[in-house]
Each structure stands twice: as C-alpha cells, then as structure tokens.
Design a protein around this ligand. Sequence first.
Ligand code: ATP
Ligand code: MG
Ligand code: MG
Length: 563
Amino acid sequence: GEPPYALNPPEILAAHLKATGGKVVTRFPPEPNGYLHIGHAKAMHMNFGFARRNGGQTILRYDDTNPEAEEEEFFDAIDREVRWLGHSYCAKTYSSEHFAKLHELAVQLIKIGGAYVCHMTQEQVKASRLVLQDAHKPGGSELREQDVPAAAKSPWRDRSVEENLRWFARMRAARVAEGEACLRFKGDLASPNPNQWDLTAYRVKFARHPAVGAGWCIYPTYDFTHCLIDSLENVTHSLCTLEFETRQAPNGPYYWLLDKLGMYKPQTWEYGRLNITHTVLSKRRLNMLVTRKHVDGWDDPRLLTLAGLRRRGFSAETINKFCELVGVTRADGVLTNYEQLEVVARAELDVCARRLMAVLRPLRVVLTNLDGTRTVSVRNHPKDESMGSREVLLGRTIFIDHSDFRLEDDPSYYGLAPGKEVGLKHIGLFARCDDVVRGPDGAVLELRASLDFNSAERAKKAQPKGVLQWVPAEGSVPLAEVRLYDRLFTVPNVAAHDDWLGCINPASLERVHGALGEKAIVECTPGTRVQFERVGFFVCDQDSGARGLVFNRILGLKESKDK
Ligand code: ATP
Ligand code: MG
Ligand code: MG
C-alpha cells in the first residue's frame, strides 16, 4: 500500500505530495470504444478496491486517443456502468483534455533528442523490427551498439532537431497525409526490451474526435499517452493487465519517457486478465458480435458486458463478489469457469428472489373430484417469513408443465404418468392421473386427475422433485415471452479458435411462447428477479409492456453436472 516514493527524486516527490496530500490515487482508464464487460469489473475491483483499502481515491479516465473507434454512446455507457457497480470516482478525466499538454511534451521530447519524425511505411517498420529481433538472441541481454544492424534503423532516425520540429509542425498543421509521417520515440535499439525499439508516439489521423471535435489531426498513441497522463494526474499506483508488463518494466518506455521528461513516476503493477469459458471479452470481438448481429446489441443477455449481465439478472453485488473470488492472479491466460459466476449469483438469488409458480409449456389438468374452489396460502419464500405470503385460488382446472407428464413412466421419472400419483406444490395432497385426453394425432391435450383428500400425511413426506408446480386456469397470466439462454459459444476457450465466429452456439437462445404464470406474477416489473419454482431464476425484462411480461432465465436452480 505504500506509495512508490523511492522512484522519484525529492523535489519531484515534494510536488507530487503537495498535489495528492499523500493519498493513494489510482485510475480506471477504459477506452470508450465499446461497452464495459466483466473483465473491466475486475479492473475496477483492482483499481477502486486498492484505493479504497488504502484510504485513497480513483479517477475515471476515458482513454480516448483513438478517435475512429470511439463513440459518444460508449462514453455515457461507461460512466453508467462504473456507478452501477457501486464505484465512485473522485474525478472524471479524458486523455483528450490533455492533448495540448501532450503536444507540448512531444515538442520537448523532440528538443532533447528523444523523438524523431519517420516516414517508413508500417510494413517497413515491421520488417526493421524483425531484423532487430533476429539480432537479439531470445532472452538475451543488451546488444553492443555496433551489433545493431543498419537495416534495423530508420533512415530518418538521426535527422536534426530542427528538421524534426519542422516535420512535426507540418503533421500538426494537416500538411502531411495519413501514414506519410509519424513521430517515433528515439528509444534504445540495443535494449532487449522490444518496447524500446522506437515505438510510435504520434500519428496523423484525419478523424473528428468524439470529445474534442475537429481541433486535432495528430493523435498520441497509448505508449506516449498513458505514462504521461498517469503522471500528470498524480496517480500513485497504475494497475494494468499483464500485456503491459514489458512496457512498464524498469527498462520499458513507460519509465523511459517519464525519466526523459523529468516527470513524476507512478508505481506500476500488473495482474492477469480475466477470461471466462464459452464467451469472449475483447471489445473488438464483442463489437463484431454486435455489428454483425450475432446478438441483439451490447446489452444482449448472452454477453458478459455489464449491460448484458444486468439485463440477464446479475446484480452488481454478484459481479463484485465474483471479482473478489477470482482474486488477484499474476498468472496469464487463466480461463475462469462461467459456472463460478453462477454459483455466486445462485447463492444470492436463493436468498433474495421471491418464489412464484409458472409453467413454460402448459398442459391442462382437470381435477375431477374438486368441487368449487379452495384458497391456498403460499409463502413467498420458503425460508424467509418476512417476505410474506399470498393466496392462490385452486379451481377444477389447473395447468402443469408438459415436461411433467409422460405417457410411459419410468423409475427415474418424477412427473406424472397414466395411473401415477404426484404431489402438487402448496396444496399438500397427491393427485392421480386417471385419464389422458388425446387429439386425433395422438398429442396429449388434457389430463383428468383426482385429488386424494386423505393424502396430507403422505404428501408431507413426498420427494420434493415429485411435487409439481401448477398454475390455476382462472386468473393465470399469459407471458409474452420467456427467453431461455444457453452459452453463446460451443467451445470453452473461444480465443483459441481462429474461426471463433464459427463456434457460436446456434441454440444459445430459445424463445418460449404460451407460458403461464400465477396471478401474482403481474407484480413483476422490469428488473424484478424471481424464482419460478422448479424451473429456475428469472428476471423480468425491459421488453415487457402492452404485449405482456417478458422474462429472461438468469440461471437454473442447480449447478448442472454436464457442463
Ligand atoms: P479490450 O480488448 O476489451 O478492448 P482493453 O484492455 O483494450 O481491452 P480498455 O478499455 O483499454 O480495454 O481497458 C480498461 C482497463 O481495463 C485496462 O486497465 C485494462 O487492462 C482492463 N481490462 C480490460 N479487459 C480486462 C480483462 N478481461 N480483465 C481484467 N482487466 C481488463
Ligand atoms: Mg486500452
Ligand atoms: Mg482495447
């Protein structure tokens, strides 16, 4: 928890401490090029969590240096999602608000010989880096200066400061075409760290910026921006995912640049990215799924975007708890089971979700020996009396679920079959199937059953599995749609497949129409989470409206063993 004061000389440290008052400062720096996902929840858990534990504060920083990829919609969504997870930031900043300062620092860097304008094509740069890679033995140390191959050096590497300043000014003044010139660090080609091999600092892009508009046509790269803004914002601890490790290493460009410019140095630290089975978390991939309409938008409940998870019925508490559980790992490429998230969610839902009865595929049952109606008092939660109870009117006609009836019984089957008895939930009696009404095509249309009014004692000991949920015909509520979700991809490690789009599960969404709920279901509004007894946990979807209620299955009642 101690800030990294040792990295900084006393006078720089003094200025930093004056700015922060010695408080821990972290930042969460998403690029507004998509919606946040559960991986970002982990990043927030790390950054906000670390600051909180150390009495510090966290900046929400839009890392908006890539105007083509960024959109207004994403800026708003990010802010919403951060707050939804319960994090409060001390300030909201934009990398773009520092563009003038960054430009000034770039000019300063040129003046001290730390950057040059280069005209190589991307292919030429790539080729020169390969030459350098060959010259460096894998895992080797510094090259001797004279062993750096000439072909690894940009022909413009040694041009004069004046010439660099002139060219950079031209870039800034829109007098250079995209790709015709870029500003590169004049790093250290002899370094064993490839991130020191003259990375790009600024490139020309004739793109309107979503936050600052049309003022700029040169944009700084991540490598130029990130360390400088961490420093300008007086971040004490800059926590990143492992792919940035070599950039933030003591011999990497993060510290190199701050050192060159004589700026305050934050402490950097890396952790493993969160990866989850049967899904993708990269925004590039999520974007493809959305724009190619493999899913219905960024908040599709099959996606592990925070918007998707919320719509799927996962709470902020569950997501945070899950992040806590997967914990801090320095290991890279770990694949976390989606079921781990379900375990956390199920524990929470089991406690807080009110119970209701619903049948997804109704099968009519006439209770032939019931006269009139009875009122059954039903608890809203079996273990929590404070959640109250409701009255369900039992009449002669009820519906059970089609899957709870079979023409052929078998010993492992708990449902109803001709001549067989089952319990009915909350009635406390057994019902026997006496007769099956079938259509001309043999389809089962209706059952006739009788209640055993003397079975109360026996029914108390009935196997819970064999006690069916039901919905009274009278007052039952037709549901507009019930959506049953399955995993979005058929393979656990999606990223390992080149043809990852080919691994999409064609049956990831089943829309059930014709489901019925008991009367009390009308109390559900979008966001209400309930348990449909014996079926699963569901959340009322925002698509509910005049057409009726729509429910999304959050998850099943039990951990499935086949998954
Ligand atoms: P993506 O590929 O999803 O765009 P990114 O790293 O480019 O990922 P950013 O929006 O730049 O996404 O991320 C903001 C912060 O969240 C960064 O610090 C990044 O390291 C972190 N982050 C992103 N994805 C994950 C993940 N899967 N697990 C943990 N942290 C993540
Ligand atoms: Mg990024
Ligand atoms: Mg990205």
